[in-house]
Structures are given as structure tokens and as C-alpha cells.
Ligand binder design. Structure first.
Ligand SMILES: [Fe+2]
Ligand SMILES: [Fe+2]
Length: 273
């Protein structure tokens, strides 16, 4: 074989291996699929029960309801994003994978809706999540959507689930957060795998657009994480300092992950409020 033919064959084998990796996530998603009825409804309390004066109890309930509302809002956005990704994906393996992700996100919404009802209803919407939704849904390139949604957002949301689970032991809320930690781990992994496929053929213009999208999104993501509805306004400044440090670490990790995809993200600047 001539040198160039060998190179082409090698390139094709590599490309095939990359797409096969996306298919592996499809199989993994099918294996880990669960149903809302698998959750221990009626057996354990929906959210932590508190003791003490009525007023304090009501305030604690308000905090948990706002946590649930925020996650319900995030997963409703995820349903729309997953549907767009399913439609836009250019590879058979990726379409198969996104068909499972669309089901996952819809199931997450179903679980949050039932949990919200069990916890006494929803509360105020997070305006920053609405801004993020507008950005995500309005992106026109598949590469950017996978990058911002799966590479960044779904990775950075996992520590939130762990935090919520830690604070709500023995409840349906903890059960759901543990399930979402696994699911979003798969969503992020699949996004990384598909982004590798897409980047192998992406031009500089597309890559530049991805970086500028991340620059726009990250400060809003930070605002989303730091946002407090009135139910949680009483949370003190010590807590806010901790939250700030945490969100900085998470963003730094996101930037490292982007760099691992071969993207030059050294000039991503973010202003944290
Ligand atoms: Fe989700
Ligand atoms: Fe997800």
C-alpha cells in the first residue's frame, strides 16, 4: 500500500473507534436506565423533616422546595436540549445515544414534578437558568451545543447533586439526586466522546465559536449557582464565600476538561459576581 493509503486507513480506523465510543455510552445508558416507579415513594419522606417552632419548620420546607424548583427548571431545559441534540446529531450512534438521553431528561422532569408535589409545590424560578436556557437553545452549531451542555453544564451540575444528597439523607430527594449523579455522569461522558468525534472534523471558526460561547455562559452559570430565592436569602456571607470558592473550582475544572479536548481555552475569562 502507498503511504497515503496507509494513512487514510489509519485515519478511518481512528474515526471508527471514536464513534464506537459514543455507541458504548448508548449501551451504558440502556443498562443504567431506571423508572420513576423504582423510587421508594411513600416509604420515606420527600424532603428532610425538621423539628422546632412552626415558623422554622416552614422556612426549612421553603428552602427544600426552592432546591427542587431549581432542579425541575434545569431538567425541563435539559429535555429541550436533548431533543435538539437528537435532531441535530450527524452520526447514527449519536442519534441512538441521544434517544436515551431525551428519555432520561424527560424522566428526570417527571420525578421532580412528583417530588415537588409531595413537598408542597414549587416556588420562584431562577432567572439565571432562564438566561442559560436562552443561550443553549439558541446556539446554531451542534459542536457548541454538545460542548456547553454536556462538556460543561452536566459536569458542573454533578457536585450540586452530591451536595443536595448530603444534606437530605433518608429522603426521596437524596434518592433522586443519587440517580441523577449517575445519569449526568453518563451524559457528560457521552458528550466528551461525541465532542471528540465532532472536533476531529471541526474548523478553527467552529472552535473559536465554542470558546466564545463558553466565555458567555460561565459567568451566568456562576450566577445561577450563587442565586438565592427569597427562601434562601438568610444564608449568611460565610456560606456565600464557600459557594464562591466552590464555583471557581468547578469552572476551573471545566476549563481543564475543555483543554483536554485540545481546545485553547487559556483566555477564558470569567467574572464572578
Ligand atoms: Fe437531567
Ligand atoms: Fe443530563
Amino acid at each position: 500500500m502507498a503511504q497515503t493509503e496507509v494513512q487514510t486507513a489509519e485515519g478511518e480506523a481512528e474515526a471508527q473507534a471514536r464513534t464506537q465510543e459514543v455507541f458504548r455510552f448508548y449501551e451504558l445508558a440502556k443498562k443504567r436506565e431506571w423508572q420513576v416507579r423504582d423510587m421508594p415513594w411513600g416509604e420515606i419522606p420527600p424532603i428532610p423533616e425538621s423539628t422546632g417552632p412552626k415558623e422554622k419548620q416552614a422556612r426549612r420546607r421553603g428552602v427544600w422546595r426552592s432546591v427542587i424548583t431549581q432542579q425541575l427548571q434545569a431538567d425541563s431545559l435539559a429535555v429541550e436540549m436533548a431533543a435538539q441534540l437528537l435532531e441535530l446529531a450527524r452520526h447514527h450512534e449519536a442519534k441512538l445515544y441521544y434517544s436515551t438521553m431525551a428519555q432520561d431528561e424527560a424522566r428526570h422532569v417527571e420525578a421532580w414534578l412528583r417530588l415537588a408535589e409531595a413537598a408542597g409545590g414549587t416556588s420562584e424560578r431562577d432567572p439565571y437558568l432562564d438566561q442559560l436556557a436562552q443561550i443553549f437553545l439558541g446556539l446554531d452549531e451542534l459542536e457548541e451545543k454538545v460542548f456547553l451542555m454536556q462538556v460543561f453544564f452536566e459536569k458542573m451540575i454533578i457536585p450540586r447533586f452530591r451536595l443536595i444528597a448530603r444534606g437530605s439523607r433518608g429522603t426521596l430527594l437524596e434518592d433522586l439526586c443519587n440517580r441523577l449523579t449517575v445519569d449526568d455522569g453518563i451524559h457528560h461522558g457521552a458528550g466528551m466522546a461525541y465532542e471528540r468525534v465532532l472536533l476531529s472534523a471541526a474548523d478553527k471558526k467552529t472552535k473559536d465559536k465554542m470558546i466564545s460561547g463558553a466565555k458567555k455562559m460561565l459567568p451566568i452559570f456562576a450566577n445561577h449557582v450563587l442565586w438565592r430565592p427569597k427562601e434562601r436569602e438568610f444564608i449568611g456571607s460565610a456560606m456565600r464565600q464557600r459557594d464562591l470558592a466552590r464555583v471557581r473550582r468547578e469552572i476551573e475544572e471545566g476549563v481543564r476538561i475543555a483543554a483536554s479536548l485540545g481546545l485553547d481555552v487559556s483566555d477564558i475569562e470569567f467574572t464572578i459576581p
